[in-house]
Design a protein around this ligand. Structure first.
Ligand code: ATP
Ligand code: ZN
Length: 231
């Protein structure tokens, strides 16, 4: 039985459940239980906070899980990414007040940067030889400069609208991220087989989506040529 950890609610929930469904794995989670057995596949899903998933997968409480790469790299546990999943795309970025003149990395020197991603920010600063103060906060990072708590922030961005409404501008990308399937490094033989089967299904779903995308976007006169190239 393969134990799969999924975010219990939030930005990754819908697409994680949807992906499993497209793989033929139905979870009846109507009443949002912590643990749900799949109907037609030897798996059970655990619904957890995304931040806890790397630890649980590392400890073997779950065998695999779906988390953002941002969480995977920040938690830095001894687990592995087995597939990138193509949804939950975002960037971990540094943003400063719109009014601040910013001409390059060196302008970050001496600033106090608020973030929940202290590990990734510290690595970024070290890699670029920058000396900035990291101020750890757990939520509502984007309001920190406005209330005088910090000079800048390092947080997840997708459209940029949250930054905009808080009078901030994105100046550096620390990490590009998407959802990923992560796995324990020491799965037993049975679970390795089940995971391999799941990966085959995920790849088939991805291939079918790419195929559909190509077919929908190709000009009519090129369709014949494209079809000839497809496996
Ligand atoms: P939890 O209660 O599980 O801890 P959370 O509030 O930490 O939830 P969400 O905001 O639901 O998490 O985000 C989950 C993941 O979705 C992020 O870690 C990231 O990988 C991805 N994501 C995609 N776009 C964004 C975005 N604009 N802001 C935040 N996360 C995003
Ligand atoms: Zn979280």
């Amino acid at each position: 039985m393969l134990k799969i950890a999924i975010q219990k609610s939030g930005r990754l929930y819908d697409q994680s459940v949807q992906l499993l469904k497209e793989c033929g794995i139905e979870l009846n989670n109507g009443n949002r239980q912590l643990k749900v057995q799949a109907f037609n596949f030897p798996a059970e899903a655990y619904f957890l906070r995304d931040d806890d998933i790397p630890q649980y997968v590392c400890d073997g409480v779950a065998d695999i899980g779906i988390v953002g790469e941002n969480v995977f790299f920040e938690k830095n546990k001894d687990i592995q990414i087995v597939r990138k999943l193509g949804f939950g795309r975002c960037r971990l970025s540094i943003a400063v007040p719109k009014s601040l003149k910013y001409s390059g990395l060196k302008d970050l020197n001496g600033l106090k940067i608020a973030t929940s991603y202290t590990v990734l920010l510290k690595k970024f600063l070290e890699k670029n030889n920058l000396k900035a103060e990291i101020h750890e906060i757990s939520g509502s990072v984007e309001i920190a400069p406005g209330i005088g708590l910090a000079d800048a922030i390092c947080d997840l961005v997708s459209s940029g609208s949250t930054l905009f409404t808080n009078n901030l501008k994105e100046v550096e990308v620390v990490l590009n991220s998407e959802a990923a399937l992560v796995a324990n490094k020491n799965l037993d033989e049975e679970n390795t087989k089940i995971l391999d089967n799941l990966l085959l299904r995920i790849d088939a779903v991805k291939a079918a989506k790419n195929y559909k995308y190509i077919m929908m976007n190709a000009p009519d006169h090129q369709l014949k040529n494209i079809c000839a190239l497809l496996p």
